[in-house]
Design a protein around this ligand. Structure first.
Ligand SMILES: [Zn+2]
Length: 432
């Protein structure tokens, strides 16, 4: 389930002003960079909080979705696909209707039935689990889906990618025996740490989000204190310092929130690991134990890469849109010095594309200097220039985004080094 299950008023303060331009154009505001670099757009006819992912933004998201899929497989997850809407009754059963309806879009009537856009995919996954009889030998069952879910936020609080009405969440639900719980929580945290290392994201702090006062929560005191105790024990065993945060839990259970900071130091929740004794109860989930009897599994909600919207917003700001090669919308731009070099430049572009790289030829209808400047403004990692000398020798003059200039690089080497950086998801530009 999504990181912020709290009502809009409990969102991090950093998003309170999300609808307005920040004063003085902060250097790394994802909305400005997203607009300037045409990563995403908001259209009044579609609606606020419903961004359109433009081709270059879609590349970044697709690469992150691929990383999420690989990480899920590596973590022993099985992929499922479930619909973005369901009968209202599903969410009455899950408890969302009682505790979360204010954040959901109103029901749609179709004949005698009422459907709602889902606020989360946990109930669907609980039903996927229940589609088969499960034995203790089958556990843990880990169901992964990067799916859309919806929030009926009011227009006034929406902006960019950080507050939206449709989120696309990297979400896994683990169903396990109680004894497997500590290991599964530790695996989820390790998975987050592995992805963050790759993405260069620093954890600001781990937060143990506990139940607060009030009746916004499902389940009894005993379940809650047990669940909170389990999460705390795992954090201690992993040697991770954490902050205690009463009142930040999801309505169905406590969670470990992995907090990150943007370049301005504002903190937000990215990834979460949530423990849930309530949904298995409400959906009467079970597995057959070694004793032949029915037992109740525990459900762990594991959101490793978070919502694509929130993650991409964070990464745009973290990198100032100068993405590492594997995430860069265009990896190599090839520039013919003058008209006669267009053919060779296109041939090099084709070689790069054939190797699976995102390359683009920018023809000589402006000065070379202007085209190099434009590539720099678009934060393209590699600019390959081709003139007479390069054409004659099967070479390019390479300009890297970090300022290095390497003349006389063979086309073969260009293709192989960039391919390796991309395949390794390297943080730098290579060519050392
Ligand atoms: Zn969930």
């Amino acid at each position: 389930m999504y990181a912020n299950h709290a009502p809009a008023g409990q969102e991090p303060a950093s998003h309170a002003h999300a609808d307005q331009e920040p004063a003085g154009h902060a250097p790394a505001d994802h909305r400005r960079l997203g607009r300037d670099l045409q990563l995403f757009a908001t259209e009044p006819l579609v609606g606020a909080g419903l961004p359109l992912w433009l081709p270059d933004g879609a590349v970044i998201r697709a690469e992150l979705e691929r990383l999420a899929a690989e990480e899920a497989i590596r973590g022993g997850c099985q992929r499922v696909y479930t619909p973005v809407l369901a009968k209202r009754a599903l969410f009455e059963r899950s408890g969302h209707w009682a505790k979360f309806a204010d954040d959901m879009f109103p029901p749609m009537r179709v004949g005698e039935e009422e459907f709602v856009l889902r606020p989360a995919n946990c109930p669907h996954h609980a039903l996927v689990y229940a589609c088969e009889q499960r034995s203790y030998r089958d556990l843990p069952v880990r169901l992964a889906e990067l799916g859309a879910m919806f929030r009926s936020e009011l227009s006034g609080v929406l902006g960019g990618l950080s507050r939206v009405r449709q989120i696309n969440l990297d979400d896994t639900h683990v169903f396990c025996a109680p004894g497997q719980m500590p290991d599964e929580i530790a695996r989820a945290v390790a998975s987050v740490q592995r992805c963050y290392r790759l993405l260069g994201i620093d954890v600001a702090r781990y937060r143990l989000s506990r139940r607060g006062s009030g009746d916004g929560y499902l389940g009894g005191d005993e379940l809650w204190s047990a669940a909170e105790g389990h999460l705390a024990a795992v954090l201690r065993d992993l040697g991770l310092d954490y902050e205690d945060a009463p009142g930040e839990a999801a309505f169905y259970g406590p969670k470990i929130d992995i907090q990150v900071a943007d370049p301005a130091g504002r903190e937000e929740t990215l990834s979460t690991v949530q423990l849930d004794f309530n949904q298995p109860e409400r959906f009467d989930l079970c597995y057959i134990g070694p004793d032949g009897g029915r037992h109740r599994p525990v459900m762990i909600h594991r959101g490793v890469l978070s919502a694509m919207e929130r993650l991409v917003a964070h990464l745009i700001e973290q990198y100032g849109a100068a993405f590492p090669p594997w995430l860069a919308p265009v990896q190599v731009v090839v520039l013919p010095v003058a008209e006669p070099h267009t053919g060779p430049a296109r041939a090099v572009t084709d070689r790069l594309r054939a190797a699976g790289l995102r390359a683009k030829c920018d023809p000589a209808d402006a000065t070379l200097g202007a085209r190099i400047r434009q590539a720099r403004e678009r934060r393209i990692p590699y600019v390959a220039v081709i003139g007479d000398r390069e054409d004659a020798g099967g070479l390019v003059a390479l300009r890297l985004r970090d300022g290095r200039r390497l003349d006389g690089i063979g086309v073969d080497r260009l293709v192989s080094e960039v391919s390796r950086q991309v395949a390794d998801r390297g943080a730098d530009l290579g060519f050392r």
